[in-house]
Design a protein around this ligand. Sequence first.
Ligand SMILES: Nc1ncnc2c1ncn2[C@@H]1O[C@H](COP(=O)(O)OP(=O)(O)OP(=O)(O)O)[C@@H](O)[C@H]1O
Ligand SMILES: [Mg+2]
Length: 330
Amino acid sequence: MAGFDLITIGAATIDAFVWSKAFRLVKSRAFSTGVGECLSLGSKIEIDKFVLGTGGGGTNSAATFANLGFKTACLTAVGDDLFGQGVLGDLKTRRVASVLVQRIPGGQTAFSTILVVPSGERTILVSRGVAEHLSEKMLPRRFSAKWIYMTSLGGNLKFGRKIFSQAKKSGTSIFWNPGAKDLVLGAGRLKPFLKQVEVLDMNREEAMKLTGRPLGDLAGMLRDLDKIGSRLVLLTDGEKGAYLSEGGQLWRAHTHRHIKVVNKTGAGDAFGSGFLAGLIKYRDRTRALQLGVLNSESVIQKIGAKTGLLTNWPSKNKLAGVKVTAVAKS
Ligand SMILES: Nc1ncnc2c1ncn2[C@@H]1O[C@H](COP(=O)(O)OP(=O)(O)OP(=O)(O)O)[C@@H](O)[C@H]1O
Ligand SMILES: [Mg+2]
């Protein structure tokens, strides 16, 4: 296999965004959130607009790296169905290598339907399909890449073990944004992996799951994460920006105020992949954070997990417009 700058590992999905004024909010205890997004039973509903695109952490992150000129492959699974063809076609257009994409005979490609109400709130229907069953059998014998950008392993420790041992043998660095099923395994079982991770990336809820701290105890979470042994720890906090911790030092990247959020899908993937692209290119923590912020702010201003991702390296001025401050640790 030819050498890559990066191999991304994670889900590949087809996302269908659907808008209709006919989607009504109905308060009822029958729904876990207390409000249902409802339709009249038995009727035919006109939709106002729909948008189809690809999603999933594996392909979203690969799109950023390829956009910025890195030689990129995506390791993921699709079914031998129409949506699988759609994912493969999209990767090709984006110049992401698909040699590591498995087409599972008889399998279904992951599929999300996002039902958007006029206020912008949405309900997501998810079919995880074969993307949920990535396994060690899909790994090449050796990684021929400088970096692995990994999202959810679906809690498959055997898969994880093989990725980490092969990465060690081939001198490949690992970026990891673990998924919910990985995090429920607990810090104890994940520690052997996390010690080998160059960049660990989690949002606030994920950090809460891993550390067992309350959602409000950011300082405590960062303290716990420091001890886990990954070289760099990224903790993203939605519109409040993100933190980067390295040993004794802590930085905060601020988002721009007044960003008009059109659709948040893909924010986390855009931030993580933007950060890593910046770290590789600039070898500078501040500029990496700035690129993460710009890439994620850009994607949330468009519909779809990949629409809006940066397609060029931003100017020095643009980067410098993102405020990064050193934070005293509490
Ligand atoms: N409302 C917002 N305004 C500006 N930037 C945002 C907003 N929401 C997210 N971001 C940017 O995206 C980054 C990642 O967002 P977040 O912490 O919500 O991750 P996430 O929960 O993994 O996202 P996702 O919805 O993709 O799963 C943030 O650190 C921030 O830079
Ligand atoms: Mg996320």
